[in-house]
Write a protein that binds this ligand. Sequence first.
Ligand SMILES: [Ca+2]
Ligand SMILES: [Ca+2]
Ligand SMILES: [Ca+2]
Length: 298
Amino acid sequence: MRYLIAVLSIAALVCVAGSANAFTGCEFWGYTDIGSATNPYMLYAIPDEYVPAIDGDLADVGWMPEGMYFTRDTAPRAIGVIGGAVADIELVARDNFDAVVYGPAWVPATNSLYFGVHKVDDLLYAPSEDLGACWGEDNQQWCTDPSGAGGNFRQEQNCNTAQQNYYTPKQGGHLGGWNPVEYDWRFEAPYGFFAQDVDEATGSYDMELMYNLWDWLDVSADDSELHVFEPGQLIGLTFYVRDRDDAEGTGALLGWHCEDIWTDASLFTAFMVRPVSDTYALMATEPSTWGGIKAMFK
Ligand SMILES: [Ca+2]
Ligand SMILES: [Ca+2]
Ligand SMILES: [Ca+2]
């Protein structure tokens, strides 16, 4: 069955390879060519011997070399928000917001997407009881369009080819998607593995997620088409971590993201799936200080 699904997925990829809809590019506060099809972000591989335990402890991704993990100093986009206005992130104190993002990466051993996030916050802002209202609170979001299908993924709740996913640290911490709840099985074993360690007093947390992506997501795995990661592919993926401390949005944002992707998956940023040899090359060239930045947060 898996083999059949894989063949179908590859056929689907061939069909969309020439699609005019996907990866049309978009702007983000003046940037126009970062994360485009011609200048994609890199989705590096996690070698088999480094596959992390999904346990909420990020020590086992501390081996990641520079280029595979990001801080507010190295993330593609890092902005502050003060009094509802965009501001230099240097104006946001590091005990107000700081983060290390491990990945996003892919895991050949499990054919999965992986990311882990260490967030430092001073205030958990989450006034709504509704998990789905977290978009206006402290939250983390990532959008996925693994086959590059593009198009309107919100129309009539069309989440089959592209999804808008969230993590909220409120109420003990939850994963979800802005889709009918019967599609959330993608985050559950044996397809998804998630763990977290949340400090609800401050909103600081460690979280990690490893899960399969689906070229066609339906209400069950049997009705869905698994995405098979292959080096050289472009996949549609956005990612951001948002600190909000009040109703005006005061806080900060780290992002691999465009300005307004909320209906059209064609505007998702492009990530290129890289072979594991690229990871070893990064590890070989990185200065010996790779552990230092993580040690600062211990
Ligand atoms: Ca771990
Ligand atoms: Ca904060
Ligand atoms: Ca906050």
